[in-house]
Design a protein around this ligand. Structure first.
Ligand code: IVH
Length: 707
């Protein structure tokens, strides 16, 4: 990020749909989506279906959309119109009659008691007026109110409460069946787990809403990922989806999701006013948006839309439109449903902000791990109040998809209004089709080494990790970063400067510890006070714990979590550096990829030299011995299985060690006992029983320690 400037002027008007209609949508693995004049409408239907199936999959299943929602909706509308004109082409499997699926096989699938429908979309006032008219006609001209709400851009979720307690949280899935993500849902602090003891709360009900990642959490998460060179999430919606479907609920807890609820349903809920129900739900402890308003006329609906079209920028979460719902629930019942959506509600989508600007060139950036990323450099253009000059093209496949030539006019959209993305190219090309498009270089733009592409990966790497300058600098930047050595007074620019001045003779981070105040005087106008602060802040990092030192080394695939487990298991650099593949594989959470990478790292003399110089500088090379609480478990080998109420598995493991016990991963004749939580695997249970190994429940175990 950091490639845009904040300006105080208004952005130019977004291009009208007609201008961007034929934005190229081709993708190497997707069907072409250009409307050829010689194509029949029937052929176009087939083409659109194929493209929509593909993008549907990218969006719902992989959470990796390749086109904007607007483009998707445009294609869907075109398909719906063509299908209406060609009833002979009807197909029950057409993407136009399906609601999309985000089913993941790893979560238990739960059928929805009431189907989770989607909403019809509108894009302008006329379409909103059409909806209003249809409702009025459907109600035989009776009066009605419209409940106006924000359309939150996250993941829809259905929560079931029984006897005042949350029993289940299920994703929309295909609308009929969803994934049971209760464990992750429980980590969302704004979702009540237990409701107050009140007469008006039905014994059983569902409440639906949207799980979101607030902008703030999203930015923090992406900054963290940028540092670790992990792919960034394009917008908070994808980040929320990735989080909710993570099998490890600790990830969800860490990433701080939020949820707004907007629909109460069940047999025993009040049937008068939807708006009133939301207020009631709020009084039960649910987070219901304050931006919910009853409109008594079309004018009041427009006023709501106009207000939020600009004000939504000040909200802590992403919104992509407005939802309009007929307020009276009996009237909702009269209006009913189509196969896909209610007739009593509609979404109004805000225009995604986009701009069109000529491409200057594509440059290729080399990161710390050697990944080469194509970056589009464009004529500066205003987009949502910031100037955009650069947009990542991510990888070779995406670069190829656009077939770019210098001077081509590209459409840039701010995905989630943060990271600019190229979403298409003006079909009136700057250069003739015979000019070859910009291709991916075969050699590293920085050091000239031949690039490599590993099987199954979209990225190309520069393999010259020992001498390619941006890789060397990137590793030093990683070393000083907050989660690593946290050397606060240094940043990427200072590192770059020291590097270029030759202040770091070995071209690695160990040289930082040899810097003196006089070395720094004069660099970047640095004066005595500053020089002193920098040297002190480098020096302070000598106290950073061993697990973070390990992370700071920048061993490929060794993130913070892996570094922690390795540090805990081996306890010193000495032991870790001598560990072989099999020994590494015994560590919880370490698989072949990490094990290979660690072995590779310590087999290189220059890495050993780097580590030795860090040790000589006084950086922590081991974990202090853990505090012993007792010897109660001394000599015992304990297997942990299942999930627990009072402590996490990790906490129990630590507890076992602190009481002198040993954690082992599989049951054998030598196992002293099994600490069993809920859902212990049947195979484990059978094995323990056949070997006559005692099984302790959580409370028995805690009692044993407290004796
Ligand atoms: S009501 C039967 N209200 O938009 C009506 N949906 O395109 C159910 N959404 O799947 C939906 N904010 O994920 C409703 N205030 C809101 C909403 C909202 C966001 C999402 C929801 C739904 C999609 C429909």
């Amino acid at each position: 990020m950091g490639n845009h400037t904040i300006l105080g002027t208004d952005p130019p008007a977004a291009p009208r749909p007609a201008e961007i209609r034929h934005t190229r949508l081709t993708h190497p693995s997707s069907p072409k989506n250009q409307l050829h004049n010689d194509m029949t409408e029937q052929e176009r239907i087939m083409q659109l279906r194929e493209a929509l199936h593909h993008h549907n999959h990218l969006y719902y299943v992989e959470n990796q959309p390749a086109i904007s929602d607007y483009e998707f909706d445009q294609m869907m509308r075109e398909l719906q119109d063509l299908e209406a004109a060609h009833p002979e082409m009807a197909d029950p499997n057409s993407p136009a009659v399906r609601v999309g699926s985000d089913l993941l096989s790893d979560f238990k699938q739960i059928p929805h008691k009431y189907p989770m429908l989607s909403l019809g979309n509108t894009y302008n006032r006329e379409e909103v007026a059409d909806f209003y008219r249809r409702v009025s006609e459907g109600l035989g001209g009776a009066d009605f109110d419209i409940c106006c709400e924000l359309k939150f851009d996250g993941l829809s979720i259905s929560l079931t409460y029984e006897n005042g307690r949350l029993v289940r949280g299920v994703t929309r899935g295909d609308g009929v069946t969803g994934d049971d993500v209760t464990a992750n849902i429980r980590t969302i602090r704004t979702i009540p787990l237990v409701l107050p003891d009140r007469q008006d709360i039905p014994q059983s009900f569902e409440i639906r809403g949207e799980v979101l990642m607030p902008w703030k959490s999203f930015e923090t998460l992406n900054e963290e990922r940028e540092r670790k060179e992990e792919p960034l999430f394009a917008n908070p919606r994808n980040a929320a989806a990735g989080t909710l479907k993570n099998r490890n609920s600790q990830v969800a807890a860490h990433r701080k999701l939020d949820a707004y609820l907007y629909y109460l349903l069940g047999e025993d809920i009040p049937r008068e006013s939807h708006y009133q129900n939301l207020q009631t739900a709020r009084s039960w402890g649910f987070k219901v948006s304050e931006a919910t308003k009853l409109a008594h006329s079309l004018e009041e609906v427009y006023a709501f839309i106009d207000y939020w079209d600009t004000q939504r920028r000040n909200l802590p979460v992403a919104t992509d439109g407005i939802v309009l719902k007929v307020d009276n629930i009996r009237q909702q019942e009269i209006l009913g449903y189509t196969a896909k959506s209610p007739r009593w509600a509609i979404a109004y989508k805000f225009q995604a902000e986009r701009a069109c600007t000529p491409l200057r060139e594509v440059t290729f950036q080399v990161g710390r791990t050697g990944i080469v990323t194509p970056v589009a450099n464009m004529e500066p253009v205003l987009l949502s109040g910031t100037i955009v000059r650069r947009a990542s093209l991510h990888n070779e496949d995406i670069l190829r998809k656009f077939q770019l030539r210098p001077g081509d006019r590209v459409y840039v959209e701010k995905a989630g209004e943060i990271i600019p993305q190229i979403v298409g190219v003006d079909p009136h090309r700057a250069a003739p089709e015979t000019t070859p498009p910009i291709g991916f270089p075969l050699t590293c733009p920085e050091c000239g080494a031949t690039l490599v592409r590993y099987e199954g990966e979209a990225a190309r790497y520069c393999p010259n990790s020992s001498a390619c300058r941006p890789q060397l600098k990137g590793r030093i930047e990683h070393f000083i970063s907050r989660d690593a050595m946290n050397i606060e007074c240094l940043g990427p620019e200072t590192v770059d400067d020291y590097f270029e001045r030759g202040l770091l003779p070995h071209q690695d981070a160990a040289d930082l510890y040899l810097l003196t105040e006089s070395d720094l005087l004069g660099t970047n106008g640095c004066r005595e006070k500053m020089a002193q602060k920098i040297v002190e802040s480098i020096s302070r990092s000598r106290n950073v714990s061993f697990d973070r030192v390990l992370y700071a080394l920048g061993i490929r695939f060794v993130g913070k979590v892996a570094a922690k487990s390795l540090a805990k298991h081996f306890r010193s650099m000495e032991r870790l550096s001598h560990a072989n593949h099999d020994e590494l594989m015994c560590v919880e959470g370490i698989g072949t990829t990490i094990a290979d990478s660690v072995v590779d790292f310590f087999s290189e003399p220059r890495h050993l030299d780097f580590v030795a110089r860090l040790a000589a500088a006084g950086v922590q090379m081991s974990m202090p011995d853990e505090v012993k609480l007792s010897d109660k478990l001394s000599g015992k080998s304990i297997v942990i299985s299942g999930t627990f109420h009072h402590h996490s598995r990790e906490e129990y493991k630590a507890l076992i060690e602190k009481h002198g016990g040993k954690n082992v991963s599989s049951i054998s004749g030598k196992t002293s006992f099994v600490l069993a939580g809920e859902g212990m695997g049947p195979a484990k249970l059978a094995k323990a029983q056949s070997l006559g190994i005692p099984i302790l429940q959580e409370n028995d175990f805690l009692a044993l320690l407290n004796e």
